[in-house]
Design a protein around this ligand. Sequence first.
Ligand SMILES: [Zn+2]
Length: 322
Amino acid sequence: MIFHLLIMTLVTFPLSSNGGKWTYDGPDGEPQWSRNYPYCGGAFQSPINFQPELLRFDPDLLPIQLQDYNLSSEEQLTLSNNGHSVQLSLPSRMHLSGLPHRYSAAQLHFHWGSSNTPTGSEHTINGKQFAAEMHLVHFNSAKYHNISQAVDKSDGLAVLGVFIEVGEFNPAFDRFLKFIKGIKYNGQKLQVAGFNIRELLPTRLDEYYRYDGSLTTPPCYPSVLWTVFRNPVSISLRQYLALATALLSSHPQEAATVPLVGNYRKPQQMDSRVVLASFQQSDFTWSWGAIFGFILLASGLGILSIITFICCFLKKRLTKQT
Ligand SMILES: [Zn+2]
């Protein structure tokens, strides 16, 4: 019974707020969220754009440590369509260590573009938007009993963000994508067998961005310690299209069918925040400013060498003559 209640809490989490209807498009779209959910118009919001000049390298940021992520196939996970995303419930014994508190897993879900425009990540790197983004939501279980209690607390949540690009086929994602047609309508759910959740994450867990932000959906509580991995994972075009075309945000009884696409929020203001990076940026980007500066410096040095050469030549000749 307790387990059942817990599952219900996790599945309904994105809808657990008491405010009104919200969507990504139309009259209840993003610019209107703050009418019913004031935090959405407040400070420390997510997602953000990771601008190279706003990053600060922090050598003390250690690799993320995932505990009990390898789930047995005996374990049943609930895959659901909540009208805003596809969500997979996760058992709370899965947790993160190496953070200021112990954070237990609750669920993972996705944000994506459409079949025509495979650009649907929420965070961006220097303006680059990826095809999709996965969020693994954890709550501070050292301080709070469950996610509902933690969701609005400043130290309540820790979310891992993973960029997804279209490329190689990813067998780990097929563990649940192969069932996605079974949850076409809002409110539908089914059970899938547990698997190693680590396989959904990038190989390198030591390179990431870290900052204080918020839920990217209403009620937008600024309660999230964000860890967004630098390196994306790949899924095939076929897998991306399964995600981007299988779901509807409408209920089965509704006359109008509304495709569940473009479920990403645009980047928010930085509000004097600093983004820490666990890695040093080695890939220097050749912006036009940098190229112009380099040409200017090279020409300056060239002119200086020519002047020095002429001076030396004249000095030698003068010495010879005297
Ligand atoms: Zn999310």
